[in-house]
Structures are given as C-alpha cells and as structure tokens.
Design a protein around this ligand. Structure first.
Ligand code: E4P
Length: 219
C-alpha cells in the first residue's frame, strides 16, 4: 500500500519523507490556503518545492470547473514536473477532462468521490487514482469504509487499473482498515501516520530493556 501525506506544509512533507515511508503528496485548495498559498506564481512555486522533496506522485488540484479551463490548467500543472498528478473534481466536465488527460498520458486523481458509481465512472474515463473521502462520509453517519470495500469489489470484478486512494483519513485506525480492505493508497495527515508507530507496551517494553541493560552493565 502506498502512503501519501495529505498536506501542503513543506516541513511536514519533509518529516514524512525523512521517515522513509512516503510515496507521494495530496493537496487541495483548502490545504494550500491553510499554508497561505494563493495566486498563480505562488501556487506554481509551491508545487515545484513539493516536487523537490518527494520522489513521485504530487497531486495538484485544478480550480477550473469547465472542460476547456480544466484542460488548460491541468496541462500547465502537468508541465511543471513529471511527478505531478492532475487532481480533477468529479463533475461532468471533470470526467471528460480525465478522459482527455488519460489519452495524452497525463496522470489524474479524480477527487470528491462519495459513491461507488462515481468511482466507476472515473475508472471508465481512465483515472490513475480515485479519491473516496471516507472521513467526510463518516462525519454524516455514512460508512466510509463500506465505500472503499464496494469500489475494491467493482474494480477487481473488471480489472480496472485505476488505484483506490483512500482520502479524508482521520486517524491510524482508518489507515489499518483501508489496508485490510485493499485500498491501493492512503493519504493522511502526518499525525495519523506518526500515530501508527505508537503503542504503550512498546514504550514500557523499551524502557525496561534499557533499564535492564544499564543494570547489567553496572552503569
Ligand atoms: C485529499 O486528496 C483530500 O482532498 C483530503 O483528504 C480531504 O480531507 P478532509 O476531508 O480532511 O478535508
């Protein structure tokens, strides 16, 4: 399973990369705004800075919502760096644009997926990734993990190469559940990734090992 970090914060991206487990980055306009990144030149420079840190898979989301504008914006983003994956919303012109980008060999991430039907449509259009938002479904008392399971079944039934990128992850248990369900990728905040390594028995066990070693060594 690939691990992406869900942030536009360069320090957090560096920290996850240095851990040695990072396969990519997802951003969205809200995450960019949180870092104070607005306006064409700043956005471009920020995507380039992210691409300089990681090895591949940097999702850059288009703001446009009409076909011609999505194409223009997506092609400009893709031209920044071969690591860029153009993130396109699940709307009618977005699906058309995904088909266009696929035919041109430009990688895409279809975002704002909340149903299996939407994922199926994006896969038909040739999306490289679909991003089901499981946390936002959980927030409205709908089972987000069930959506991951349904998409996995459909993609496997027909051998669609589109990868399931589980998004809107809220914590470590979401990550483990997605791994059990066969999601190809998770994108999560740094806190959820770091939380995977925590266990109180690991902490107390290590403290005991170190204390016993000190005692035996007469330190
Ligand atoms: C990533 O691709 C999504 O934009 C992101 O995971 C959404 O997360 P949120 O629901 O926490 O905003």
């Amino acid at each position: 399973m690939k691990f992406f970090i869900d942030t536009a914060n360069l320090d957090q991206i560096k920290e996850a990369y240095d851990l040695g487990v990072l396969d990519g980055v997802t951003t969205n306009p809200s995450l960019m705004a949180k870092e104070g990144i607005t306006g064409g030149a700043n956005v471009t420079a920020h995507y380039k800075a992210i691409c300089d840190i990681v090895d591949d898979n940097v999702s850059a989301e288009v703001i446009a919502t009409t076909f011609d504008e999505i194409i223009a914006e997506g092609e400009a983003l893709a031209a920044l760096n071969p690591k860029i994956v153009v993130k396109v919303p699940m709307i009618k012109d977005g699906v058309k644009a995904i088909k266009y980008f696929t035919d041109k060999g430009i990688k895409t991430n279809c975002t704002l997926i909340f149903s299996a039907g939407q994922a199926l449509l994006a896969a038909k259009a040739g999306a490289t990734y679909v991003s089901p938002f499981l946390g936002r479904l959980d927030d409205i008392s709908t089972d987000g993990l069930q959506l991951i399971e349904d998409i996995r079944l459909i993609f496997d039934n027909y051998g669609y190469p589109t990868q399931i990128l589980a998004a809107s992850i809220r914590g470590p248990l979401h990550i483990v559940a997605c791994a059990k369900l066969g999601a190809d990728v998770i994108t999560a905040p740094l806190s959820a990734i770091i939380a995977l390594l925590k266990h109180p028995l690991t902490d107390s066990g290590l403290a005991t090992f170190l204390a016993d070693h000190k005692k035996a060594a007469g330190l």
